[in-house]
Design a protein around this ligand. Structure first.
Ligand SMILES: Cc1cc2nc3c(=O)[nH]c(=O)nc-3n(C[C@H](O)[C@H](O)[C@H](O)COP(=O)(O)OP(=O)(O)OC[C@H]3O[C@@H](n4cnc5c(N)ncnc54)[C@H](O)[C@@H]3O)c2cc1C
Length: 382
């Protein structure tokens, strides 16, 4: 491993690889990406359910997704690699008066930002998702630009493109400390030696808070376990089935191979780095799924897994310069939306680092925004 670099990226998930690609595309110089595991994407990226949507309640999240969706659609032109963005759409099912009010307000905001989102009445829902029980559903929102993707395909596209541009990727290399001098980044210490550098990108996902602590920063990323379950083959799965989110329960589901992927955020889970599968959590997902899709009664479970959401207090990413140390840039805390926001995050971070006008105004995502409490919150979180 080299002992100096113009930039060191910590973390080889979708965010780190995207950032590596965009920074290298700007000829940033010698870039080294460090990943502590044996493979890239071994962290939360490999656990993602593959959902991509721009239907958020918050302006910055909508714009991050809209920019990312554009890049996902044109990924081959962007990186030279094939990766399939399956635009089957996302549907949010609404049964509670309060949710209907909130989603209608967000619908207006989304439309004003140019998002192609629609409101569906109860009788229009079944044409998209005939397998879903709708007797208690009053309204749905649907956006056909949203959809599904395999996180690995996009990560590997960014990885290959970054390597072609000269990025050096070091696996099984754990960052153990970061040294500063006179308030500036000086050296990244790793399990395989030291690298002197003036710039560090913190792309460590759920570990982003720990990396921040290495320079005395207060990066508020809280790791929280989230689980998914997949079923065996089901006869009602069609290629056009959208992602469906039951807003009241928080259950989400989409087609996966010839079966379904089911997921749910158990808000009672305590914050820690545990990613063992909890069978009670799995049972809760199955109960909610059966209630919404009675046809699942005969379904077999194919797989289940747990991974970490990298949650922030307002459920929005942390992107920006570390205020306490010159040369430290955070791109973390995506709160369960990091795969879908990776292209925009990597691009906009690069624009800021290289002193250009960012494509999206992301000042609201600055790392020190929590000092006066939570000012704006993303509440459409699943
Ligand atoms: C069950 C589940 C479902 C999800 N579904 C979706 C979804 O549908 N859509 C979506 O957009 N997002 C989803 N997410 C969230 C998404 O997976 C994350 O937001 C995204 O993967 C974050 O990417 P990342 O690169 O920041 O983090 P990671 O992929 O975790 O990468 C960070 C990397 O940093 C490495 N690292 C940490 N510390 C160090 C160190 N000291 N030295 C070196 N390396 C280090 C880690 O090993 C890791 O590989 C889901 C997450 C989970 C758990």
């Amino acid at each position: 491993m080299r002992s100096s670099a113009d930039a060191v990226i910590i973390g080889g998930g979708i965010i780190g690889t995207a950032a590596a690609f965009y920074l290298a595309r700007e000829n940033y110089g010698r870039i080294i990406l460090l990943e502590k595991e044996k493979f890239l994407g071994f962290g939360s990226t490999s656990k993602a359910a593959g959902g991509i949507r721009a239907q958020f309640h918050n302006r910055v999240n909508i714009e991050m997704s809209m920019l990312s969706e554009k890049i996902f659609r044109n990924f081959k032109e962007e990186t030279g690699s094939d990766a399939f963005y399956d635009q089957v759409g996302y549907m949010f099912l609404l049964s509670e008066a309060e949710d209907i009010k909130t989603f209608k307000k967000s619908y207006e905001l989304q439309r004003s930002l140019g998002l192609n989102v629609e409101l569906l009445k109860q009788d229009e829902i079944s044409q998209y998702a005939p397998h879903v029980r709708i007797d208690d559903i009053e309204l749905a929102t649907f956006c056909s630009d949203d959809g599904l993707a395999d996180p690995h395909e996009f990560l590997s596209g960014y990885d290959q493109a970054a390597r072609r541009l000269g990025v050096e990727i070091e696996l099984e290399t754990e960052v153990t400390a970061i040294e500063t001098e006179a308030g500036k980044i000086k050296t990244v210490k790793t399990s395989k030696g030291d690298i002197s550098t003036p710039l560090v990108l913190n792309c460590a996902g759920a570990f982003g808070g720990l990396i921040g602590q290495m320079v005395g920063g207060d990066v508020r990323v809280i790791p929280v376990r989230r689980q998914c379950v997949t079923t065996g083959e089901l006869d009602f799965i069609t290629p056009t089935l959208p992602m469906v989110v039951d807003v009241k329960s928080g259950l989400y589901c989409h087609k996966e191979s010839r079966g379904m992927l089911l997921g749910w955020a158990d808000k009672a889970v305590e914050s820690n780095f545990d990613i063992s599968v909890d069978p009670d959590y799995t049972d809760s997902i199955l109960e909610l799924a059966l209630d919404r899709m009675p046809q699942l009664e005969t379904a077999e479970i194919a797989n289940s897994w747990a991974g970490l959401y990298e949650t922030t207090p307002d459920h929005r990413a942390i992107i920006g310069w570390e205020p306490k140390v010159e040369g430290m840039f955070h791109i973390t805390g995506f709160s369960g939306h990091g795969m879908m926001h990776a292209p925009a995050a990597g691009l906009v971070a690069t624009e800021i680092i290289t002193g250009r006008q960012p494509s999206i105004d992301i000042k609201e995502l600055r790392p020190d925004r929590f000092e006066n409490g939570i000012l704006v919150e993303e509440t459409n979180v699943i």
